[in-house]
Design a protein around this ligand. Sequence first.
Ligand code: SF4
Length: 458
Amino acid sequence: MLSVFDIYKIGIGPSSSHTVGPMLIAKRFLDDLAASHDISRINRVTVDLYGSLAFTGRGHGTDRAILLGLMGYMPQEAGAATVEAGLGRLADSGKLALHGGVLIEFDPAEHIRFRIEDEPLAHPNGMRLSAYDTDGNEIWAQTYFSLGGGFICREHELGQAATTPRLTRAAIPYPFASATELLSKANGAGITIADLVLANEDAFRSRKSTRYQLDEIWRVMNLSIDRGLGAEGTLPGGLNVQRRAGELHQRIQETGEGANQREAVFDWLNVYAMAVNEENATGGLVVTAPTNGAAGIIPAIIRFYCMDEGAGGDAIHRFLLTAGAIAMLYKANASISGAEMGCQGEVGVACSMAAAGLVAAWGGTNEMAEHAAEIGMEHNLGLTCDPVGGLVQIPCIERNAVGAVKAVNAARLAMRSTGPHRVSLDQVIATMRQTGLDMNSRYKETSQGGLAVNVVEC
Ligand code: SF4
């Protein structure tokens, strides 16, 4: 079983699969290398990117992320100042401090190769790293895959439960592999989905530590909203996309519309979601929920609906735990990678998670949460990933705003429904997986189709 903290990871933008994952891979490559070889003998490192990483890696900042990983940074440590200092040193000297120590010559343009002419490897996000000694002999080479949401694996681990689970099912009180099993175990024990997940998390760490980490996840989410609201100007990457969240926020405040006024609900959800995703687009620190590209939906809804006293003291924890359980189902039975499933695997999953989370925060039943998660995905089925210019900006930023509104609607629909519903969450997850597998690779984070080819870059 995964932990909720495998789902919610703090890291830099703009992409969990193309930024966070490659950074972790570069770091893991060096850790693996250092465990079996004398790293001081390394004179050269090369990185080859395949599939979606090759096609959209430049726009997604994959090369920057790899450099930081090779320097030994972890995604959650890579604050803006650290990143700029590290990259500045490389630009000035042409030398990279491997693992923070051994200096090697490194030219990103030469040593990081985007293999767009080559066939993708066994997974659409493939990455091969090689290390050479001073005589030019390759002494270590490994292939890794970035699976979305910051999950990574080595070549031989691909297909083994999607990633390396941290605990076996036997070690936790309520293992579940499907929504049916999740509901049956929660209802059998007479507890909520959130309490079931909390009990499972007890197998990983103390209850106090879990609550502390949930608070930390929310703190970083909330900060990413604040930073996005406080910023202005143009997003990086060359598309000249203007930041809108800050200006919209000012206008909403000036109108003095109360949060419960009809249209204002949309404004607030939109502005919070866009703030996070604009921050993500600039490479800022966000939380995967379940990915960076879809990082705005859950924070927007929590900020709007769970921050006042009326929501109850632990509404945010209930939200995150329930949404985390839903993400685990997608991770185990389909995928949360845009390169594998299209955007239904990112924004669609985030919408599904958020809908269930909001039901939990509102005190709905387990059945309502399952129903809300099902609705949240059902109306995102087939959603393509076609980022213009390979940047996580168009359609991604607005898509989070729309996804947040859709998730609230899904939660309302579920809580207003009476009687059983026809489509189950398990059925919709299976449908998403089949639809994702059937989708042409043009629509799966390659920027080879959809908006990416019909919107002219200027
Ligand atoms: S379109 Fe969706 S899946 Fe693709 S990069 Fe944007 S947010 Fe991610």
